[in-house]
Design a protein around this ligand. Structure first.
Ligand SMILES: Cc1ncc(COP(=O)(O)O)c(C=O)c1O
Length: 438
C-alpha cells in the first residue's frame, strides 16, 4: 500500500501518472494532440495547471450548466454533506423527494409524472429501455443513427455512432433509422421521407409491435443536429400506433439550454412518455433521472431495480440548487439571447470561410460543420482538427463532434455573457485565419 501522497500538479507527473495507471478505456478519449490539464473553473472560465485562462464553450461535456463552482450549488452541496453523504433509497429522505416534485413541475401538465434518480445518463437510458419493454411487453425498439445515449450495454445498443459502439454483441431488437439531419441526412430536410422510413422499418425489421423509440431533440455528440420540424410528432404517432412508448433524451438539450424552452422536446407539439436527463442536472455532481408517466413506471413495481447511489441526497441537493439558479438568474433566457449572438458570430465567420459548410443551433447548442467542398459536403476532418488545436491556443475550449469529427460543437455553461461572445468572435476568427489563411 502506498501512504498518503500530496497531489503532484507538475505537468509531466500528471501525464505520466495517468498513462501508467488509467485503463485504456478511460485513457483513450482525449480531444487534443497534447494533454489538456485543468486546475480550476469559475463560471464560464477555466484555468490550466500553468494558470492560462480559457473561455469554456464545452462545460465539461455539458455537465457544468449554471457555471463552474457556482456558490449557490456549492453551498447546497456543503450543507448536505455536513448532515449526511448518502441515504439509500431503502430509507426515506426528503431532499430527493422534494427534487422529484420540482422536476415533475417542469413536465407538461395533464399527465401524472414520477421520477427515478440514477447517477448517470447511461443508467437512465438503460432504465428507460427496460421500462418501455416491461410496460409494453414488446422487444423491438427504434433509435436514431447518429444518436448518443451512453456507454453501458443498453445505452450503447441504442447509440448510433460507430466510434462509441464496441465490437461485441450488443442488445438485440434495437433498430436504427436515419436521423433527420437537414444538412447531411440522406433525405436532407424532407421530413416525410424520414417518417416513411420509420413506417418501413416497423414493417420490415421488427415484429410489427414496438416497445418504443428514443430521440434526442438536438443530437449532441452527433454534432448538434436539431430534429426537423414535425419529425418528433410524426415519429411518436407511428411508434404509439405500433404499441410503443416515446422516450426523449434530454441529457444534453435539457435544463433551458435550447433557450426557447426548458426542455428540448417542447420545441415540438409532442409529449413524451419517458424523459431521461443527466449532466447539467447536477452542475458537475454525478446525477441522472428518468421521469416517466406513472402508468409506465408502474411496470417495474414487482421487481427490484436499484441504483446504489440513485437519489443520493448530496446530488439531489445540488440538483435542487441548479433549478433555483436557472430560475433566479434567468439562465434559460440568457441561453436564448447569448445563443443567438454566438450563432450570429458563427454565421459571420462562415461568410469568410468556404470550409464552413453549415452553421446551426438552438440556444446554447451551436455547431459549425466543416467541409472540403460546399457542393459535395465531404467532411473536412483534418482541417477541423487543426482549427480545433488553434482554438485551444487562442483560449477557447470546444469539442470536435459528429460521426466524422468535423463539427465544432459549442455548448458553454448557461451563464456565458455578451462580452464572452466578443472574446469568442476574436479567438475563433484568429483560429480559422491561422489555419486557412497561412
Ligand atoms: C444525449 C446523451 N444521452 C446520454 C448520455 C449518457 O450520459 P452519461 O455519460 O452520464 O452516462 C450522454 C452522454 O454524453 C448524452 O450526451
Amino acid at each position: 500500500m502506498t501512504g498518503e501522497i500530496e497531489t503532484d500538479w507538475s505537468t509531466d507527473a500528471i501525464v505520466e501518472r495517468r498513462k501508467k495507471f488509467y485503463a485504456a478505456s478511460q485513457r483513450a478519449f482525449v480531444p487534443y494532440k497534447e494533454p489538456m490539464i485543468f486546475q480550476k473553473g469559475k463560471g464560464q472560465y477555466l484555468w490550466d495547471e500553468k494558470g492560462k485562462e480559457y473561455l469554456d464553450l464545452l462545460g465539461m461535456n455539458l455537465c457544468i450548466s449554471v457555471g463552474h463552482a457556482h456558490p449557490e450549488v456549492n453551498r447546497a452541496i456543503r450543507e448536505q454533506t455536513e448532515d449526511m453523504l448518502h441515504c439509500t433509497t431503502m430509507f426515506y429522505h426528503p431532499v430527493p423527494a422534494h427534487f422529484a416534485e420540482e422536476l415533475v413541475a417542469t413536465m407538461p401538465e395533464g399527465d401524472d409524472w414520477v421520477v427515478h434518480f440514477t447517477s448517470s445518463g447511461a443508467e437512465a437510458a438503460d432504465l428507460a429501455l427496460l421500462m418501455a419493454r416491461s410496460y409494453t411487453g414488446n422487444v423491438d425498439f427504434l433509435a436514431l443513427q447518429n444518436g448518443y445515449h451512453g456507454a453501458t450495454f443498453g445505452a450503447q445498443s441504442m447509440t448510433g455512432i460507430a466510434g462509441f459502439r464496441h465490437n461485441v454483441p450488443l442488445l438485440g431488437g434495437i433498430h436504427h433509422v436515419s436521423n433527420p439531419d437537414a444538412y447531411r441526412g440522406i433525405h436532407r430536410d424532407n421530413v416525410d421521407l424520414y417518417l416513411d422510413e420509420i413506417d418501413r422499418t416497423i414493417k420490415t425489421s421488427t415484429s410489427g409491435a414496438l416497445a418504443g423509440m428514443i430521440i434526442e431533440p438536438v443530437q449532441g455528440y452527433g454534432g448538434i443536429v436539431p430534429m426537423l420540424d414535425g419529425y418528433i410528432e410524426g415519429a411518436f404517432e407511428r411508434v404509439r400506433a405500433a404499441g410503443g412508448v416515446c422516450v426523449i433524451d434530454e441529457v444534453q438539450s435539457g435544463f433551458g439550454r435550447t433557450g426557447a424552452n426548458f426542455w428540448g422536446f417542447e420545441a415540438s407539439d409532442a409529449v413524451p412518455d419517458i424523459v431521461i436527463m443527466a449532466k447539467g442536472i447536477g452542475n458537475g455532481i454525478p446525477l441522472g433521472a428518468v421521469v416517466a408517466k406513472r402508468g409506465i413506471a408502474e411496470a417495474l413495481a414487482d421487481k427490484f431495480y436499484f441504483n446504489t447511489y440513485g437519489a443520493n441526497p448530496v446530488a439531489c441537493a445540488a440538483g435542487r440548487a441548479v433549478l433555483r439558479v436557472i430560475a433566479a438568474e434567468g439562465l434559460q433566457q440568457n441561453a436564448a439571447r447569448v445563443g443567438a449572438e454566438l450563432l450570429s458570430v458563427a454565421q459571420d465567420v462562415q461568410q469568410r470561410y468556404d470550409a464552413i459548410g453549415d452553421v446551426r443551433g438552438r440556444g446554447l447548442m451551436v455547431a459549425m460543420e466543416l467541409v472540403k467542398d460546399r457542393k459535395t459536403r465531404e467532411p473536412a476532418t483534418d482541417v477541423t482538427a487543426e482549427i480545433f488545436e488553434a482554438s485551444r491556443e487562442n483560449g477557447l475550449i470546444m469539442s470536435k463532434s459528429g460521426a466524422y469529427k468535423n463539427v465544432l460543437r459549442i455548448v458553454p455553461p448557461l451563464c456565458i455573457n455578451h462580452d464572452d461572445v466578443g472574446r469568442f468572435a476574436d479567438a475563433i476568427d484568429r483560429s480559422f485565419q491561422s489555419v486557412l489563411d497561412s
